[in-house]
Design a protein around this ligand. Structure first.
Ligand code: GTP
Ligand code: SPV
Ligand code: MN
Length: 601
């Protein structure tokens, strides 16, 4: 037990019985950060209400209209702190090569030296919340434990929604000391003193200077993906930036799929898809919208669990038309971050149903009117909402065994080049498709928006180790199984000459899921092309869409010239990894080159 009356803090809520390594670490962090109080979170509803009350009092939260948005609140971040900070995110492995060319690296010693002065006394006058959390279903062999120490009540409240928090997590830990440590402080919120550092060899995360989502909610990207991917390679599983959905056919059979799209590229929307009226009898069940932990079972099948318990999802563009399931999910008990506020104290964002409000308060708290030339909601404004409230939540959401995955989809946001859907020839070619995926950057990360970059498996910002080794791991795990899922590539985002989307997207994406399902069942036609199998016009249900021939042409074919140009960029990307890149990927690159050139001849 930590000593009572320690000079570093003047109030102490005593910890529950835990392994001594937990209390020792909490004590060590408290000596460094010097909070006024320490609060051990039990994860109860009552505790959540107290956190909210405290934040309503100090202005961290504003209450929304209790009739129209019961139990829901608005939080406004510091304007410089509204997206993940990839430039300030570091992988701190002993050997620089283990972080690889796509990650920022600092040595552990250097990171500790740089961040220690920032953490020293950073919690003075504040409360240190000890947040134990469980990632994954209760009772699952695949679930993992972490503890976040944070001086942000907003973070603690978000974690109550996003994870299985408190007592349930400590029960999972039992007497063991196997947990991921995360220390987080808001610091002074200055981007000059902001760092998100990962020490995978020490199962440790240090984050300071940001209160925003992926920088501050350490279980999400920091643990479930960066530390998670490291553990996954050691232990033979996969930690991926993927949604998980169940597609139910008109006979009632459910087939599960996982899909990796980069941030703000449509995972949440696909995971909650509502089929259009034309697709009678079909249904999509949501298992997860952002992260999948996947293990090959003894039967050779790949099983996935969603480590999270809530959704931290993009607000702009969310509407009854695009995502009615999400609109129902957020009807109550939701924390909104950086959206606009209407005069009737309801949230608003660009792309929501109904008229644009004649006046509103924008995400920075300033008066806003249409035509102001600025967005009312920040383009990366989000809401945090319990997964259990989703009308489409899968009955297997909490299944400790996970769900068997029949297809893996990779996809990006690409105005040109990538067709609507195509299938890999085999696992190895599928890994190549994932490894060479490219997408336009979005507002989810600080920096320029709309620039095409290679974002392998949508993991560029999230892989906690050398990506060359990550590709090798993917190649190995799939090669071991005869039951490995089929691998597909999708793109909902091709645009026409006027910049509008060629494909209607959202609910209509069901047509593509149906083709994928038919392919894994061996029941759909396809044409073999240099890049993979593309749907024949007859095999994809396009009825009633009335798409112009020019659009169909672009959606359903591979532009050879454009793909030949891609080859050089893929090669340049691969070359970054030097000799560490698995030979199989160079072979796949050679084969693609050969197929494209043969066709050209
Ligand atoms: P993260 O939470 O950042 O990982 O994002 P995500 O991949 O879950 O993306 P999300 O589903 O929230 O979608 C991001 C944006 O893309 C939203 O503004 C959506 O409205 C838009 N979007 C999603 N699906 C489609 C689609 O099929 N077509 C088009 N045109 N836009 C889409
Ligand atoms: C993403 O950026 O991919 C997100 C939001 O899902 S964050 O929690 O910030 O990572
Ligand atoms: Mn994400």
């Amino acid at each position: 037990m930590p000593p009572d009356g320690n000079a570093c803090y003047n109030a102490f809520v005593s910890p529950p019985p835990v392994h001594k390594s937990v209390t020792e670490w909490v004590d060590e962090c408290a000596r460094l950060t010097q909070p006024d109080r320490i609060h051990w979170c039990d994860g109860s509803d009552e505790e959540y209400r107290r956190l909210v009350d405290e934040m309503l009092r100090d202005g961290t939260l504003l209450e929304l209209d209790p009739q129209k948005n019961p139990g829901s609140y608005l939080h406004r971040s510091h304007p410089s702190d509204v997206a993940r900070s990839e430039q300030l995110t570091f992988i701190c492995t002993d050997d620089k090569e283990d972080a690889g060319p796509t990650n920022n690296w600092m040595s552990p010693a250097q990171a500790i030296e740089r961040l220690t002065p920032l953490f020293r006394g950073s919690m003075k006058g504040r409360t240190l919340y000890v947040v134990p959390y469980l990632m994954g279903p209760v009772g699952s062999a695949y679930s993992r434990m972490g503890i976040e120490l944070t001086d942000s009540a907003y973070v603690a409240a978000n974690l109550k929604i996003m994870t299985r928090m408190g007592t349930v997590a400590l029960d999972h830990l039992g007497g063991s000391d196997h947990f991921v440590k995360g220390l987080h402080s808001l610091g002074d919120l200055s981007p000059d003193r902001r760092f998100v550092c990962h020490f995978p060899e020490r199962r440790l995360i240090w984050s300071i200077g940001s209160g925003y989502g992926g920088n501050a909610l350490l279980p999400k990207k920091c643990f479930a993906l960066r530390i998670g991917s490291w553990l996954a390679r050691q232990q033979g599983w996969l930690a991926e930036h993927m949604l998980i959905l169940g597609l139910e056919d008109p006979e009632g059979q459910v087939t599960y799929m996982a899909a990796a799209f980069p941030s703000a590229c449509g995972k949440t929307n696909l995971a909650m898809l509502v089929p259009p009226a034309s697709q009678k009898g079909w249904k999509v069940w949501t298992v997860g919208d952002d992260i999948a932990w996947m293990h090959f079972g003894e039967d050779g099948k790949l099983y996935a669990v969603n480590p999270e318990a809530g959704f931290f999802a993009v607000a702009p563009g969310t509407s009854l038309r695009t995502n009615p399931n999400m609109m129902a999910t957020i009807a109550r008990n939701t924390i909104y971050t950086n959206v606009a506020l209407r005069p009737d104290r309801t949230p608003w964002w660009e792309g929501m149903d109904g008229p644009v409000p004649a006046e509103a308060v924008d995400w920075q708290g300033k008066p806003w009117k249409p035509g102001a030339g600025t967005k009312a909601a920040h383009p990366n404004s989000r809401f945090t909402t319990p997964a259990r409230q989703c009308p489409a939540i899968s009955s297997r959401f909490d299944d400790p065994r996970g769900v068997p995955i029949s297809a893996i989809l990779f996809g990006g946001r690409r105005a040109r080049v990538a067709p609507l859907v195509f299938e890999a020839f085999d696992w190895r070619h599928g890994v190549f498709l994932g490894a060479t995926m490219a997408s336009e950057t979005t507002a989810a990360s600080t920096g320029q928006v709309g620039v095409v970059r290679r974002d392998p498996m949508a993991m560029l910002p999230f892989c906690g180790y050398n990506m060359a080794d990550y590709f090798g791991h993917w190649l190995r795990v799939g090669a071991r199984s005869d039951e490995a899922p089929g691998i597909f590539h999708v793109n909902w985002f091709q645009t026409g000459p006027d910049g509008s989307f060629l494909w209607p997207g959202f609910g209509e994406n069901l047509r593509v899921l149906r083709w994928i399902l038919a392919r894994v069942r061996g029941k759909a036609g396809a044409v073999r092309t240099p890049i993979g199998y593309l749907p024949t016009r007859e095999s994809l249900d396009l009825s009633g869409l009335n798409l112009p021939e020019s659009a169909l042409q672009r959606l359903l074919s591979a532009d050879r010239e454009a793909w030949i140009q891609e080859l050089a960029d893929m090669k340049a990307f691969f070359e970054k990894f030097g000799r560490r890149l698995p030979e199989e990927l160079w072979q796949e690159h050679d084969r693609l080159t050969h197929r494209l050139n043969l066709e050209a001849a």
